[in-house]
Ligand binder design. Sequence first.
Ligand code: GTP
Ligand code: MG
Length: 604
Amino acid sequence: MTVSAKVLNYDLKNVVTPNRLTGLWRMMSGFRWHYLGATLSLGVSATAKTLTYILLRFFVDNYFTPGPKPVPLPVVALGFIVLAAFEGGFSFLSGRLSAQTAEGITRRLRNYLFDHIQHLPFSYHRKTQTGELIQRCTSDVDAVRRFFADQAIGVGRIILLFVINFVAILRLNATLGWISIVVVPLVVATSAIFFRRVSKAYEAFQEQDAVLTTTLQENLTGVRVVKAFARQQYEIEKFERDNQEKFKRGKHLVRMHSLFWPASDILCGAQILVGYYVGAMMVIRDEITIGTFLAYMGLVVWIIWPMRNLGRLIVQTSTGLVSFGRVLEIIRQDREPLDEGDVIPDGNLRGELVFEHVGFQYEDGGKVLEDITFSCSPGQVVALLGSTGSGKTTLVNLLPRFYDCTEGRILLDGIDLRRYPRRYLRKQIGIVEQEPFLFSRTIAENITYGVGRDVPQEEIEAAAKAAAIHDSIITFPNGYHTLVGEKGVTLSGGQKQRVAIARTLLKNPRILILDDSTSSVDTETEAEIREALQRLMENRTTFIIAHRIQSIMDADLILVMDKGRIVQRGTHAELVEQEGIYRQIYEIQTRIEAELEKEIENAS
Ligand code: GTP
Ligand code: MG
C-alpha cells in the first residue's frame, strides 16, 4: 500500500490524550477511509451469508415437497454459488484492507517512535533502560498493530453480523428473534468483569517482559564483564528468576483467558439449546416451516458468534490499550527543541567563552558544579584537570547544551548560551567523548559521520593522519572500508579513540572538546596526536580534559577541579610554582616517569 508523505508525517504527539480510545482513534488519522472500505466489504460479505440461509429456507420449503416450482432448480443452485462467491470475496477484501491498514499505522508509529527517541534529551536516555525502550518499541508496538488488524475492524464485523442476522431472524419469526438474544446482557457483563482482570494481568506481564529484555540486553552488552568476573552462574540464576516470574505472570494471564472462554461458551451454548428447543416445538406445532427452522439454525449461530467475540474483543482490546499506554509514555516525553533560540548567528562562532558563577545540579542528584568562573579568548586552549567525579565531563557537556546550567550563565561570543539554537551549537562544537561509540559501519563511514555529505578520500585520510590512526587503518584487510564491530574488525580502545578524534576533526568545529581522549593510548602515540592536534587546535577554542600533566602543559589556562569547584587556575609555569594539588600531581608523575626511564635503561 502506498502511503502519502502527509499521512506518514502526521504528528503523533496528537495521540496523547487522557482517553486512550480517543488516542487510538487519532492514530487512525489518514487511514479511516481504508477502514470504512474494510467495514463495507464486511457488510457485503455478512449480507451474502445471511441471504444464503434465506435461500436455503426457500429451497427447503419449495423443492422438497411436490407442487409447482417458482424458478428452475439450476437458478437456485446458481444463487448459492453467487452468494458464496460474494461472501468469500468480500471477506478476503476486508481482511486484506484491514491488515494493510494496520501495517500502515504501525509503520508510521515505528518511524515516529524512532524519530522521537532520537530527539529526546540526554537526561531521558540517562534514566531509561535500553531494554525497556526496545521492548516498548517491539512487543508493545506489535500489540497495537494487532489492535488495528483485528480489534478495530472486529467491532464493525460484530455489529454488522449481529444486526443483519438479528433482523433476518426477526423477519422469519419475531418470537425466535427475541429468544435468541436473551443472554446478551450476561455475556457483556462477564466480558466487562474479565476486561479489568485481563488488563491488570497483561500489564504485569508486559512489565516483567521488559525486565527480562533489559536483563538480556545488559548481559549481551556487558558479556565481557560477566566473563571477566566469572559471574555466569550468577547471571544465569538471575535470568532464571526473572524468567520464572514472567512465566508466573504469563500463567496468570492465560488462566484469566481460560476462565473467560468456558464462561462465555456455557452462556452461548445455553442460548443455542434454548433457541433450538423453542424452534423445534414451533415446527411440531406447525407454527413455522422446516425451511424456516433450518434457516434459523444457521442464522442464530451468526448472532451467537458476534456475542462470543464481543467478549474476546473486549478482553483483547484491554491488552491493546495497555500496550498503547506503554508506548504513549514514550511519546509523551518532550523532545529537546533543537532549533529554539533567538539568536541565529551568521557564519561561524569566534569561540570566546565566559563562565560566570556557573552551577549545575542533575535533576535527580546533588550539586555537581559550583561557582565556576573563568574566561577564554578565541583560539585558546583550556585544560581541565581533576580527580574522578570532580565534574569535568559535566562542565564540558554544558557547552553543546546537553544540559543547561542551573545557576549563573555562560556567554559565548558575548551572548548567553541559552539563546543559541542547540542544533547550531552542536554543529559548531565537536566533542570526542570519554567513551566514544562507533557504529557497526565501515571506518570511512564512521569518520565522516558528523559531516553528512560525501567527503573526498583525501580529506578522510588527512583527518585519520591527524588522529594518528591512518597507519593502522591501512593494515586492515579492506582499509577504510573495513567494517567496525561484530562483523568486522574489533578495534582496540586506543584505536577507537583515535577514529573518534578523526571523526570530530573532520567536522571542523569551532570549539573542540577532548574528554580524556588520549587516556587509552601510549605516551608515544599521545605525543604524536598532540603534535598533530597542535596544528588543528590553531584558531579554535579547545577544551582538553586529561589526567597526564604532559598532555596539558602547553595550555593557555589550566583549571584544577575538585568536588565541582575550581581550586587552582593558571598556566603550567604558574601552577608548578604554587603549593597545591597541581604541584603534587606534577611531582608524582615526573617521579614515576623518571623511575620508569631508569628501569628501561637498566633493562637494556
Ligand atoms: P572522570 O571522567 O571520572 O574523570 O570524572 P568527571 O570529572 O568527568 O566527572 P563527571 O562530570 O562525569 O561527574 C561528576 C559528578 O556528577 C559525579 O559525582 C557523578 O556521579 C555525577 N553525575 C554524572 N552524570 C550524572 C547523571 O546523569 N545524573 C546524576 N544524578 N549524576 C551524575
Ligand atoms: Mg569524565
